[in-house]
Design a binder for this molecule. Structure first.
Ligand code: CLR
Length: 264
């Protein structure tokens, strides 16, 4: 990207001096976030494409549906925590994240890691039959019946379906998920200004990528998804509270510590 594309006037010695390092910095930041994303996803897009034929059989679906509520919750909490762990690793590799104080790193992960998991879910989603790659095969909403939170599951699948329809590239998804994580409006941040500084660069990186890909209209659609993500995560927390009231011991002794630390 040239300086003039960044909004600097050409032939102004002052701005051309400053614009080059800036656009180079944003270019490098984008590349670094894309690399971090690639290194921290469980499956590459080609692998997922090749796995599309693997769908759960009636019998297998029935076996999931026959699990007790607490058994299925525990199972899903473990799977979800695995996915969160990759997101934590992704966060650590976003330039600027590790330089934040530990309190703020944790605050950002507490409020943002589930949101990133849900964005990443769209990579694992098949819109042709509304299934998600879960536990080694593609599963529809009915497989999650015994969780007894069909409203959450329906809303999560709906979100994945709509995001999947935007057909983001891996690079766009990488920088969008970084943006979801680095949010200066999250609760309990000590140094908001510092988070805001990192955020501004990630915003520039996303605009840069969308501009380069000639998909600036996508930017607006992506920002529109953000409040939906927030409401899904609030619903997840609400369901967890409900579950904990019914099965306090399951949560206490059988849920992964990281799950409890982030959501409990
Ligand atoms: C997200 C993308 C990851 C792989 C992955 C693993 C576990 C999946 C998750 C994805 C999507 C959301 C998911 C989760 C397991 C349970 C959870 C389907 C595909 C649903 C929404 C249930 C949440 C509530 C439980 C905690 C009871 O790369």
């Amino acid at each position: 990207m040239s300086g003039s594309e960044m909004g600097f006037r050409p032939f102004d010695p002052e701005s051309s001096f400053f614009s080059y390092p800036t656009s180079l910095h944003i270019e490098e930041l984008s590349a670094s976030i894309v690399r971090s994303h690639r290194e921290t996803t469980q499956y590459r897009p080609e692998e997922l494409q090749a796995l599309r034929w693997k769908v759960f059989s009636r019998e297998e679906i029935h076996a999931y549906q026959s699990k007790s509520v607490d058994e299925m919750w525990q199972h899903c909490a473990v799977r979800l925590t695995d996915a969160v762990q990759y997101v934590v690793e992704f966060a650590k590799r976003i330039p600027g994240f590790r330089q934040l104080c530990q309190n703020d790193q944790i605050a950002l992960l507490k409020s943002g890691s589930m949101e990133v998991v849900l964005v990443r879910m769209s990579r694992m989603f098949n819109t042709e039959n509304n299934t998600v790659f879960f536990d080694g095969k593609f599963a529809g909403t009915e497989l999650f019946k015994s969780l007894a939170c069909s409203d959450l599951i329906a809303a999560v699948f709906d979100f994945a379906h709509n995001l999947c329809a935007l057909r983001l590239t891996e690079q766009q998804m990488a920088v969008f998920t970084a943006l979801v994580l680095i949010n200066a409006d999250r609760p309990c941040l000590e140094d908001r200004e510092r988070v805001q500084k990192v955020r501004r660069d990630v915003e520039l990186a996303l605009s840069h990528i969308m501009h380069r890909d000639n998909q600036e209209s996508l930017l607006h659609k992506l920002y529109q998804r953000v409040p939906v993500l927030k409401s899904l995560c609030a619903l997840h927390i609400e369901k967890l509270r409900w579950f904990r009231q019914l099965y306090p011991l399951t949560v206490h002794s059988l849920f992964p510590p990281l799950y409890k630390e982030l959501f409990g």
